[in-house]
Design a protein around this ligand. Structure first.
Ligand code: NDP
Length: 276
């Protein structure tokens, strides 16, 4: 085992900002560590070959990572997905920092009060599973889960175990669901170049629209939200930095300050999007 070695395992990972974020955290904390992006279609093989002390896991492997762990933290168990691995004596311990990362960004940096917000979660993959429990814990009101594959929305709603508060719905139901105070896009639809037409009736002057993606991938959904009259438009860059800080704290016992790296990446993303 190489104690100073960490990595992100996913497919694809070439453009991930995580190595840059963790390098900044390590400099700040005075910790000597290496953090690589490992592009792997076969998660189990990549993990077996990895000799480091900890790893982040990204799409499409978060559910697979949960299955590979010998122990799971509370957040990972509720979510059924793992984004942070910590090597222990008896194997990997899995945790999930996505939800806390999102809530920290929304309530801290964006100063949004999430309590009682009627919420629509689009998607039921690894990201959606990671953030749903944290949104419920943050005090949102009813949570409607809508996914292209309806069985996955049903499975997520069942796993959350709050049938009075969590309601799976079909994509076709969207036009009849009325207005939401919070809409979270946790799909990779715009990454794939297609986004299902969302009714304008979902958003209004109280709505905060949040895309877990950032940069070019978030442009379509956030433009829709603006056109639909939403009040706040937030992309996933802040969440990315905050979930990374929580992972760093699990590995090193110190939570880095996130403002400087967030500002640096925000300036870079703004420049890239406006250059397109
Ligand atoms: P997954 O592959 O686990 O899930 C993808 C989700 O997107 C599924 O719900 C899938 O539906 C849906 N989807 C994909 N293509 C389409 C389409 N054309 N139309 C409608 N729905 C579609 O990915 P993740 O959940 O891990 O990631 C989702 C997004 O969130 C990514 O862009 C990722 O980068 C971002 N993310 C950002 C984080 C951050 O820190 N900022 C953290 C986690 C995720 P179906 O089930 O039907 O296939």
């Amino acid at each position: 085992m190489t104690a100073s070695r960490y990595a992100l395992i996913g497919h694809p990972v070439a453009h991930s900002l995580s190595p840059r974020i963790h390098a900044a955290f390590a400099r700040q904390a005075g910790i000597d560590m290496r953090y690589d992006a490992i592009d792997a279609e076969d998660f189990d093989a990549a993990l077996a070959a990895f000799d480091g002390a900890g790893a982040n896991v990204t799409l499409p492997h978060k559910q697979r990572a949960a299955a590979a762990c010998s122990t799971l933290g509370d957040r990972a168990r509720r979510a059924g997905v793992v984004n942070t691995l910590v090597r222990g004596d008896g194997g990997w311990h899995g945790d999930n920092t996505d939800g806390l990362g999102l809530v920290r960004d929304l309530t801290g940096r964006q100063r949004l009060d999430l309590r009682k917000r009627r919420t629509l979660l689009l998607g039921a993959g690894g990201g959606a599973r990671g953030v749903a429990p944290a949104l419920l814990d943050a005090g949102i009101g009813d949570l409607f889960v809508v996914n292209r594959t309806p069985e996955r929305a049903d499975a997520l709603a069942d796993a959350l175990g709050e049938p009075m508060r969590v309601h799976p719905r079909y994509l076709d139901d969207l036009k009849g669901l009325g207005e939401f105070d919070l809409i979270v896009n946790a799909t990779s639809a715009t990454r794939n170049g297609s986004f299902p037409g969302l009714p304008m009736s979902l958003a209004g002057p109280r709505t905060a629209a949040v895309d877990l993606s950032y940069g070019e991938a978030a442009v379509g959904f956030l433009a829709w939200a603006r056109a639909a009259g939403a009040r706040d438009m937030v992309d996933g860059l802040g969440m990315l930095v905050e979930q990374a800080a929580e992972s760093f704290a699990l590995w090193h016992g110190v939570r880095p300050d996130t403002d400087a790296i967030h500002a640096e990446l925000r300036a870079r993303e703004d420049a890239l999007v406006s250059a397109d």
